[in-house]
Design a protein around this ligand. Structure first.
Ligand code: AMP
Length: 191
């Protein structure tokens, strides 16, 4: 199964993707994590991306599509994947469909995790203390949230038209959200 977890910064996409990876063996593919790995290694790509990320803006389609492509080409999608933070533009969504099509797969479901803004900012500030991410501060968070509002209006219709979109309540505990997610995936597999 190929799943897209969609939601604002702080919605818990990464946390839930890791749960799905250990429960079902689906590969967790996070473009944000891949970019942070490039930054940590000090690669030219990482240096280029860091400034954009620290401002809370989107890096270019070519960069993120290229990173996902290298995983898919390496066979990572064969047992299914959980896409976290990708796609964020319609061009990325189209590229993802084309890449999956080449291994005779497709997106099975897009789960939008709903969380209100006050809870999000609390989670982001907590993560700033725990992980020290360059973009986990109030200013960058506001830009990321505005970016999210804009790109969700671009990406979600693409999946709604294909009847692949669904939403879950992301305001409960990690366990509660995990259960809601599992129920949703079970239902979609049974359908
Ligand atoms: P995330 O960890 O998913 O919140 O991503 C952190 C930052 O990485 C974002 O604010 C963007 O600057 C960049 N980024 C991650 N994924 C993408 C993507 N699919 N398209 C463009 N930029 C991305």
């Amino acid at each position: 199964m190929n799943i897209i977890l969609f939601g604002p910064p702080g919605a818990g996409k990464g946390t839930q993707a890791k749960k799905l990876e250990s429960l079902y063996g689906y590969k967790h593919l996070s473009t944000g994590d891949m970019l942070r790995a490039q930054i940590a290694q000090g690669t030219p790509l990482g240096l280029k991306a860091k400034e954009v990320m620290d401002r809370g803006e989107l890096v270019s389609d070519d960069i993120v599509i290229g990173m996902i492509k290298s995983y898919i080409d390496a066979g990572e999608c064969l047992r299914g994947a959980v896409f976290d933070g990708f796609p964020r533009t319609e061009a990325q969504a189209v590229a993802l469909d084309n890449m999956l099509d080449q291994c005779e797969q497709g997106i099975d479901i897009v789960v939008e995790i709903d969380v209100n803004d006050e809870i999000l900012i609390g989670r982001i500030l907590k993560r700033a203390e725990e992980e020290g991410r360059g973009d986990d501060n109030v200013e960058a968070f506001k830009t990321r949230l505005a970016a999210y509002r804009a790109y969700s209006g671009e990406v979600l219709p693409y999946y709604k038209e294909r009847n692949l979109h669904t939403r879950i309540d992301g305001m409960g505990s990690i366990e509660e959200v995990k259960e809601a997610l599992q129920n949703t995936l079970d239902k979609s597999q049974a359908a």
